[in-house]
Every structure is written in structure tokens, then in C-alpha cells.
Design a protein around this ligand. Sequence first.
Ligand code: SF4
Ligand code: SF4
Length: 374
Amino acid sequence: MSNKVYFAPARPEKWRYDDSMPGKLERLLRAAGLSHYFSPKEWVAVKTHFGSDGAHRVVRPVFLRKVVEGLRQTGAQPFVTDTVRLKGLDYLEVANRNGINHLSVGAPVVIADGLYGNDNIMVKAGEILGEIAVASLIYDVPGMVVCSHVKGHINAGYAGAIKNIAMGGVSASHRNCGWKCGRGAMHTIGTGDLIWDSEKCELCYQCAEVCPLNAIVFDEGDELAWDGNTCWRCGRCVRVCQAEAINLPGDDERFLRSLAEAARAVLSTFESKKVLYVNFLTEIQPECDCMPMADVPVIQDKGILVSDDIVAIEKASIDILRRSEPLPESAAAGENLDPGGDILFGLNKKNYMIQVEEAERLGLGTSDYELVAL
Ligand code: SF4
Ligand code: SF4
């Protein structure tokens, strides 16, 4: 498929199944030719994000099922997977509550790095990260379809396929070197000590409530106590603090470049042409699916893209988003963002293209894509 990016717009022209989003996804997968990538009896991971309690705008099960059915038609054996964000058993329950289970998607739903999140293998990443702990299931499986819900992100600015496999293809922690070998190495720098500003803190306890490890408690009700040995440096607590009273030390450019490095580590475990990407430009909310809620979309549904080039599909997705208008009554509406301007940049003020440019520099693909509208 080279630098081709297949695209189907969200709006139907006719009131028939072929013009529905599931129907269009079937068409996109046929055009991409799944049998060129995957062989009969081959195990194929369908990588998605299970979301969290309250964040319901994940890639919908109906679409995951279409990918699973397409893979089955090639004779491949698919399973749907993600890495531990909450402890594994809790995270599988979250997946189930968000509608992602064996019955709905038509394939086993499994955790890629074990129920404890420490089943992983160190893989060379790059000059920032050195090595990173890639989930062992993703390391071992010969093929993968990366299903990404495209949206904004407080740190990444734009979150698509690169972020999906960078953060979601590696573990939170490694059994010997802990968070420093996992995605915490992207989120923070140095010792990654949580910074709390008691003057700004409104004692809402949101940070403690969202911590998957109970690493934050409030002594006497008004003094934040943080367990740095337990903490994964996942950043959930920081993201939910609207008072900006806690932070992890970080560096925006380093974070964005490290996403590309981690993506490279994950992709280095696959042979050429064994990974396909499906970007869903739907329910484009301003924040990540790991938040304890989902805001209303800031950009209208745009459609679905399919490519075997991660850089091409990210650049094509961004180019489409940059031709959008902010949706009324959304977070983008109150920001005086120009129609046709860069809404995701306007919301989070992050130079998100760094992750795409770095991925191209690392040889993961080309931004010089050909858009094929179906
Ligand atoms: S979320 Fe922020 S404001 Fe609320 S308790 Fe935690 S640090 Fe304080
Ligand atoms: S970064 Fe925050 S939410 Fe994540 S494990 Fe550490 S204390 Fe908990």
C-alpha cells in the first residue's frame, strides 16, 4: 500500500448500509487488502484503548468487530488487546463496562502485558529512552491492527496511532527497573517526584480518587502524601487537577520525541508490512480516553482512515482535522478558535507535530502521503 491512506468520510450520501460507518470500514479494509498483511492461522493483535470508567468515547465495539471479522476472513486468528492502565483485572472490567468483550467484538479480549502489567521485554528505543518495556504479547505476536481513537491530549496535543502504540504498546512498569523502564520514562524526567503546591490545592481529592495504585493519600485531610516507590508516573492525577496544584517534572519536546521512540521500539518487534493502522476521526474530544470522563467533541466526526504507514496516516489525519470548525457548545467554542485553524493546538497549546516529524526522522514512514477517498 506504500504511502497510500484510504479515507472514508463520516457523512453518508445515501441512506443505506454501505454508506454507514461500519459499512465504510468494511470497504476500507477490503481496499487495504488484509490478506496482503496477515496469513491463515496467524495470530493478530487488534490494539485499541479500553478507556476508563467515565471515558466512553473509545473506538466502539462495532468497529472492533468489523476489524475482527475482516481478519477472520483471511483465516487469521485475531484478539483484542491493550496494556495495563489500571491493574489488569480492574482494567478488563472497565473494558467490559465500555462494551468491549468477547461477545461484542467476536474475539478474545486480553491484556497484553499480563494482569500485573509487568509481563514485558526490554527493547531498544532511542537516544532519549534507551530501552523501553514492550508488552510481551505485542512483542511476540506477528501481526497487528492498530485501532486509534483520534483526539486531543493535554501533553501530546494530538493523540492518534503514534501515541496509541507508544503509550499503549509498553507497560507502566517493569519488574526489575519499575516505572523508569515503562511509560513513566516518557511522562517525566529525573526522579519524577510529584510536585504539590498546597497554596493552589483545593482539596478536591480528585487526584487520589483517580490514582490506580492508591499512591496519593491526604493525611489529616489536608496534607498530600505521595508514595514515590509505588507510583507509576502515569500522570492521571496531574491531568485531573484543574487547580494545577500537582505536576510531574517534564519537558514537552522530550515527551513528544519519546513517543516516536517508543513507537519505534514497538514496531521494531514486527517484520515489515505486518502492522496496519485504522484511525477513527470520530467523537474528537479534547482529552485522552484515560480520563475519568469524556468531554463533548470539539470537532465534528470526519471519518475513518486506513494505512500501513504510521507517519502517513497521522499526517493525513492532522491535515483533515486542520480543515475543521470548532463545534458549538464544546470546549473549542469558548476559545475563539478560527474556523479552519488548528483547533487541537488552540486547546492544548502543544506543538504536536514533533511526534510525527520525529517518527519520520526515525524512519517509521513518510508524511508524503496519497489520500485515496472511497
Ligand atoms: S486534584 Fe489538585 S486540587 Fe484536587 S486535591 Fe489533588 S492536588 Fe489538590
Ligand atoms: S502518577 Fe499519580 S495517578 Fe499515576 S500512579 Fe503516580 S500518583 Fe497515581
